[in-house]
Design a protein around this ligand. Structure first.
Ligand SMILES: *[C@@H]1O[C@H](CO)[C@@H](O)[C@H](O)[C@H]1NC(C)=O
Ligand SMILES: *[C@@H]1O[C@H](CO)[C@@H](O)[C@H](O)[C@H]1NC(C)=O
Ligand SMILES: *[C@@H]1O[C@H](CO)[C@@H](O)[C@H](O)[C@H]1NC(C)=O
Ligand SMILES: *[C@@H]1O[C@H](CO)[C@@H](O)[C@H](O)[C@H]1NC(C)=O
Ligand SMILES: *[C@@H]1O[C@H](CO)[C@@H](O)[C@H](O)[C@H]1NC(C)=O
Ligand SMILES: *[C@@H]1O[C@H](CO)[C@@H](O)[C@H](O)[C@H]1NC(C)=O
Ligand SMILES: *[C@@H]1O[C@H](CO)[C@@H](O)[C@H](O)[C@H]1NC(C)=O
Ligand SMILES: *[C@@H]1O[C@H](CO)[C@@H](O)[C@H](O)[C@H]1NC(C)=O
Length: 449
């Protein structure tokens, strides 16, 4: 072979392999299936701050897992019929509930089960795939505040768990040792789940509630540099929207925060002894359930003005119900996502939470009422299927236990359907929402990935 020809073949071969490997690399990367550790090893580039996404092999598990969990959840009653409000199925279920002891995984069992993490993740059916690229490109941050019922909190975590998101769990300092231990073990099985490093003893109406939340927020920011929204939850809540639906809706939100608040005078007594708020801030009383964009959370944690205001709220009663809504409804700060419409805050629809306040059963609540809040029962399932909110408050796993079981079945069914390409979410109700139309619109601050 002559030398020229040899050189040509050599160059062609090298060139082709570059193309092939390059294409493969781009393919894997854009499919989101390449672990950043591998990228680092291959290229030496440190993909700082981003969570390592799962490996390709994990992706293929998604279908298996979704198929596995969904039918397993409930087979004694027919959830679909309960969601349809079928009177016969309801009657049958109430009868069944009279002496039904739901199975539970107790705290000690969790400690045991999590000794082998891969087996724990598998047997509990955790989804370890972003499921689709939209979800992968839109990571969410969650905090879960809890003090008991590990089993229920773990079922909540299992539902909302995706490898691209990040989860901070605040276990009350007063919680039983077994609860803390079990939650620690569960968290240790996931790279993107952690227990807040500062645990507060949370007492309603005091600054401790706010501090618990802020301690999670503070850690969530540096631990994961690309989450786009923060959502706070308690262990007794459950999603009405799948992760995919949340991503679709929050994309429509385009930075808007969803924090309900009111300027109603009857709440003014809460801050009448606190003196004048700094910076001419107009205080509001609001909801403790917040959905906020990353820049807003960053503002709360790092901005001097926000910190001065935090000091002032310390002097008020029930500070957590003032801090977030007030900063959301004082648009003079011009922070991304703040509400700047003219309609009064209490008339603005919020979607963060469905929570039924009522004094008697029958009036919008088919479960039982504890301190004015509906503990949802099977009779509430038809309502829960058609509501537009993100999450619902609240369940007691051992009260009409099929309620939560069926919620799980519905949630995983929807997730599976979306994964198979049969998701259908109509976002028009969110597009029309006041909070979305009238919010401070800004480009999201670029974070280093
Ligand atoms: C799933 O991905 C993780 C890293 O994200 C890896 O350590 C683990 O081995 C994978 N599991 C399987 C079953 O491939
Ligand atoms: C969930 O999906 C299964 C299998 O397709 C179906 O039998 C069941 O009725 C569904 N449950 C609900 C609540 O839609
Ligand atoms: C711990 O788990 C193993 C199986 O993984 C089981 O054989 C054993 O009985 C469990 N121990 C307790 C105390 O639950
Ligand atoms: C964990 O459990 C899996 C089965 O789910 C088993 O294959 C593996 O060997 C176990 N690992 C350890 C360290 O026991
Ligand atoms: C969300 O954060 C607020 C503000 O700190 C807190 O009062 C509230 O308890 C949190 N809500 C939930 C559901 O954890
Ligand atoms: C804090 O927020 C205020 C109001 O948006 C702004 O004027 C100020 O520059 C911010 N301070 C810092 C340190 O970012
Ligand atoms: C979405 O819902 C709205 C009403 O909320 C309806 O007017 C519209 O036709 C629906 N769009 C689709 C594509 O179904
Ligand atoms: C609200 O903010 C947007 C974008 O920052 C701005 O275009 C709009 O004029 C503001 N509306 C009011 C009432 O201030």
């Amino acid at each position: 072979m002559n030398l020229n020809r040899f050189c040509f073949v050599l160059i062609a071969t090298v060139f082709t392999s570059f193309l092939v490997y390059g294409a493969l690399y781009i393919y894997l990367f854009s499919a989101g299936s390449l672990n950043f550790d591998i990228i680092k090893r291959m290229t030496g580039i440190q993909m700082q701050g981003s969570f390592p996404f799962s490996l390709l092999s994990n992706y293929t598990n998604a279908k298996v897992l979704l198929d596995k969990i969904t039918p397993v959840t409930v087979n004694i009653v027919n959830c679909r019929k309960l969601f349809d409000g079928d009177p016969l199925e309801m009657k049958k279920t109430y009868k069944l509930l009279e002496n039904y002891n739901p199975k539970v995984i107790n705290d000690k069992e969790y400690v045991n089960m999590t000794k082998n993490c891969s087996s724990f993740r598998n047997t509990r059916g955790y989804i370890r795939s972003p499921l689709n690229s939209l979800e992968e490109m839109f990571p969410l941050a969650f905090s879960i505040v809890m003090y008991k019922d590990v089993y229920q909190a773990e079922r909540l975590l299992r539902s909302i768990y995706r490898p691209q998101n990040i989860y901070c769990i605040h276990v009350d300092r007063k919680a039983a040792r077994d609860v803390k231990e079990a939650m620690k073990c569960i968290a240790s099985c996931f790279e993107n789940v952690f227990i807040a490093s500062q645990l507060h003893s949370v007492r309603w109406g005091t600054i401790s509630v706010l501090d618990a939340e802020l301690s999670c927020m503070t850690e969530l920011l540096p631990k994961h540099k690309s989450w786009k929204y923060f959502i706070n939850l308690t262990g007794q809540e459950f999603p009405l929207r799948t992760n995919y639906e949340l991503v679709r809706i929050l994309t429509v939100y385009n930075g808007a925060n969803d924090i309900w608040g009111t300027t109603d005078r009857r709440w003014h007594a809460r801050w009448k002894d606190a003196g004048k708020p700094p910076y001419n801030i107009r205080p509001l009383k609001g909801s403790v359930h917040i959905v906020a964009n990353r820049d807003f959370v960053n503002f709360l944690i790092t901005n001097r003005t926000a910190q001065e205001f935090y000091k002032w709220t310390k002097k008020t009663r029930v500070p957590d119900e003032t801090f977030f809504p007030t900063l959301n409804y004082n648009p003079q700060f011009g922070v991304r996502g703040q509400y700047n419409g003219s309609k009064p805050s209490h008339k603005v629809r919020s979607f963060s939470r469905l929570k039924i306040w009522t004094q008697r059963t029958g009036a919008g609540c088919h479960g039982k009422i504890v301190r004015g809040i509906c503990i949802l029962g099977i009779g509430d399932l038809p309502l829960l299927r058609r509501r537009d909110e993100f999450f619902v408050n609240k369940f007691h796993w051992n009260y009409q236990s099929f309620t939560l079981d069926c919620m799980e079945e519905l949630y995983f069914n929807r997730t599976r359907n979306e994964y198979e390409g049969n998701g259908n979410i109509n976002t028009s109700v969110y597009e029309k929402a006041e909070i979305v139309k009238y919010s401070v619109k800004k480009e999201m601050t670029k974070t280093t990935v």
